[in-house]
Design a protein around this ligand. Structure first.
Ligand SMILES: Cc1cc2nc3c(=O)[nH]c(=O)nc-3n(C[C@H](O)[C@H](O)[C@H](O)COP(=O)(O)O)c2cc1C
Length: 349
């Protein structure tokens, strides 16, 4: 019975880790089932608590107790952050996704240690050392693989509520210019089939990361919005778009733009773009090269998958005469919590 329960727990744990490949409802059901079985696991192993203070506290026992204690904290963090993400309670604004991901990595590592400690009762000698190395490799993989999977296979979901909240009054007339894959790509109707690395769905609507930030900036400081649109249509497949952009960089091609805004009346330009190949997308470079922004101030915001500003700020400086303000970079998974980030950035600018 105990072994069957432990195997089921393990299977559920890994099924929960594969959350980027399952629907949110499935992930939540797996989470609930896992929690229920953790409780059952504790009931079946209640002797652990009964004998808690009996006997000697040797090194193995101390490590075991510490692991179980930390694992319990990890499960608690997973439960609270999971419930906040699923909107089960009116959670305060925080980056619950990062907390959930961090807790998942933390508990995965501890789970491997927990299993290893128990395995040491049954396997000895060379097999034990081999198991230890395997556990170590799996634990280290979890640290690197989980964020990687999260980065490339995760669709950031956002609720339009982020467009409501504190506002700021800035001097001068504001133009928000953005470039995004969405708006320059023909996506198939079945959006779930699209790689989620740069898309966000709100009620099944596709919104580009940079487009979402443009809407957010407008909801905070007002101003007009201009979307940079290329004449050419980018490929719906994420990997293909990455390759097309690579060719643009190697050939130096500046994709033709559908139109350019009249910027005469504006004082401040918020320039929002995704990081492409560690730098500024060629369509944005084309916009800067063909728009006279002399005497204006640019506020750059880059959305990215971990690369930060890359070399994009230098690329902006090389393409315009405008003054450049302190830029802001937003990691794609942080977008749902970015209202606060944008507000703080502007308050300190
Ligand atoms: C062609 C291409 C190249 C990219 N290159 C990088 C990169 O070098 N570093 C990085 O962190 N993210 C990179 N990304 C990820 C995007 O910067 C990130 O997903 C961004 O938020 C997408 O914004 P969008 O949805 O408005 O297009 C790239 C994405 C694409 C499509």
């Amino acid at each position: 019975m105990k072994k069957f329960l432990d195997c089921t727990l393990l299977i559920l744990f890994f099924a929960a880790l594969a959350s980027n490949f399952t629907s949110s409802t499935t992930h939540q059901i797996i989470g609930f089932a896992f929690l229920a079985l953790v409780v059952a696991h504790n009931v079946l192993n209640r002797n652990f608590y009964k004998n808690y203070l009996r006997g000697n506290f040797n090194r193995r026992r101390i490590i075991n107790h510490t692991t179980i204690f930390l694992f319990a904290i990890g499960i608690l963090a997973l439960t609270v952050s999971g419930a906040a993400l699923a909107d089960y309670f009116n959670a305060p604004q925080a980056n619950w996704r990062s907390i959930h991901l961090g807790a998942a990595i933390f508990t995965t590592v501890l789970l491997f240690v927990h299993i290893l400690i128990h395995a040491s009762r049954y396997v000895k000698g060379k097999i034990f050392y081999a198991t230890t190395i395997l556990t170590f490799v799996l634990a280290v993989s979890a640290i690197f693989v989980l964020p990687y999977v999260d980065r490339w296979f995760h669709t950031v979901k956002i609720n339009q509520n982020v467009l409501r909240g504190e506002k700021l009054n800035l001097d001068g007339k504001i133009l928000i210019v953005y470039f995004s894959r969405v708006g320059n790509t023909n996506f198939p109707d079945k959006v779930d089939a699209v790689s989620g690395a740069s898309l966000m769905l709100d009620d099944k609507k596709i919104i580009g990361n940079s487009q979402m930030i443009a809407d957010l900036v407008q909801s905070i400081i007002g101003g007009d919005i201009f979307a940079i649109q290329t004449e050419k249509i980018y490929h719906a497949d994420y990997g293909e778009t990455v390759q097309i952009a690579k060719q643009e960089f190697s050939s130096g091609e500046l994709p033709k733009l559908k139109n350019l805004p009249n910027v005469d009346a504006y004082d401040k330009i918020f320039l929002i773009y995704p990081l492409w190949w560690h730098t500024l997308p060629k369509p944005v470079e084309n916009f800067l090269l063909n728009t006279n922004l002399t005497g204006k101030k640019i506020y750059p915001i880059v959305t990215h998958g971990g690369g930060g500003f890359g070399e994009s700020i230098d690329a902006i400086k090389n393409s315009t005469q405008a003054e450049i303000s302190a830029p802001l970079d937003i990691y794609s998974s942080d977008i749902p919590a970015s209202r606060e980030i944008i507000l703080n950035w502007q308050k300190n600018s």
